[in-house]
Design a protein around this ligand. Structure first.
Ligand SMILES: NC(=O)c1ccc[n+]([C@@H]2O[C@H](COP(=O)([O-])OP(=O)(O)OC[C@H]3O[C@@H](n4cnc5c(N)ncnc54)[C@H](OP(=O)(O)O)[C@@H]3O)[C@@H](O)[C@H]2O)c1
Length: 263
């Protein structure tokens, strides 16, 4: 039976880089996101490079209520051996009280609920087969509070915590669960423009580097991975500082971001 790697949100950024990385390793792919035309374009491009490699395009808006269950049903006859929960969005910077509840709920359904549902449904099937890999895209935003992008940070903390707990729950049935925690990565996520910070202070890394590190960590069944050393160092140094101090530093960074509006 043909085995597939399912990637949500593979039309751009980190998801697209992951699709290229898995395709380069010979995987057959299922791409799941809203933009069908872009997915078909990727399919044509991959087919031209690697004849015989299958790419299935499934249009879905994972911020809708039953979309994850429907996606699982559409994949029922396909053996999904790798699940990548990558699709995610961030709201504009601002205080949480200034965001509409509808926007907030839409983000939570995509960033959290869809990840939980797909992990549960595909994780169960993988566990029954006693093999498989789940790669969940969290963020370095998961490690501390993120004033002015509060809900995004909270949503990624959810993904990190869920992934780490499921990693330990599924270890015994041969299923690997890895949380990918990228720092700033050069993608279209930042709708208002990109941050202009010198690289020695904070480097924005390429989605290709992020994807390569992610797939290697996934195959090594690591609990989590922060792809770039500088980002890894910042996360781990912050763990030794008082939580209140880290939160205040993040509030300062959040305020600067809000002023220059690069999210
Ligand atoms: N860029 C960073 O600095 C960074 C850092 C840490 C973590 N991350 C995380 O990395 C992941 C990918 O983000 P990115 O930076 O690569 O951003 P991106 O280029 O904007 O990609 C987002 C992807 O998610 C898909 N998507 C958005 N809304 C969707 C929906 N409702 N249903 C289905 N798919 C949807 C988009 O596809 P369609 O538009 O075709 O639906 C797109 O392929 C996210 O989870 C993000 O939180 C990013």
């Amino acid at each position: 039976m043909t085995e597939y790697t399912l990637i949500t949100g593979a039309t751009s950024g980190i998801g697209y880089a992951l699709a290229k990385e898995f395709a380069g390793r010979g995987h057959h792919l299922i791409l799941a996101s809203r933009n069908l035309a872009r997915m078909e374009e990727i399919k044509r491009d991959f087919a031209a490079r690697r004849p015989g490699q299958e790419v299935v395009c499934l249009q879905t808006d994972l911020s809708l209520h039953d979309a994850p269950e429907e996606l699982f049903d559409r994949c029922r006859d396909l053996a999904v051996t790798v699940l990548v929960n990558n699709a995610g969005v961030v709201l504009e910077t601002g205080r949480q009280i200034d965001h509409g509840l509808q926007d907030s709920m839409g983000m939570l359904r995509l960033n959290c609920t869809a990840v939980m549902k797909l992990c549960t449904l595909f994780g169960k099937a993988m566990c029954a087969r006693r093999s498989g890999y789940i790669l969940n895209v969290a963020s370095t935003a998961a490690f501390q509070p993120m004033p002015f992008t509060a809900l995004y940070g909270a949503s990624k903390a959810f993904v990190l915590s869920l992934s780490e707990a499921m990693h330990l729950e599924l270890e015994d049935c041969g299923v690997g669960v890895t949380a990918l925690c990228p720092g700033l990565t050069d993608t279209g996520l930042f709708k208002g423009g990109k941050p202009n910070v010198p690289g020695w202070i904070y480097k924005m890394v390429s989605p290709e580097l992020t994807a390569r590190c992610a797939v290697e960590a996934m195959y090594r069944k690591k609990l989590y991975v922060v792809p770039y050393f500088q980002h890894w160092l910042i996360v781990h140094v912050a763990r030794f500082l008082p939580r209140s101090a880290v939160a205040r530093v993040m509030r300062h960074i959040g305020k600067v971001r809000h002023k220059v509006r690069f999210i």
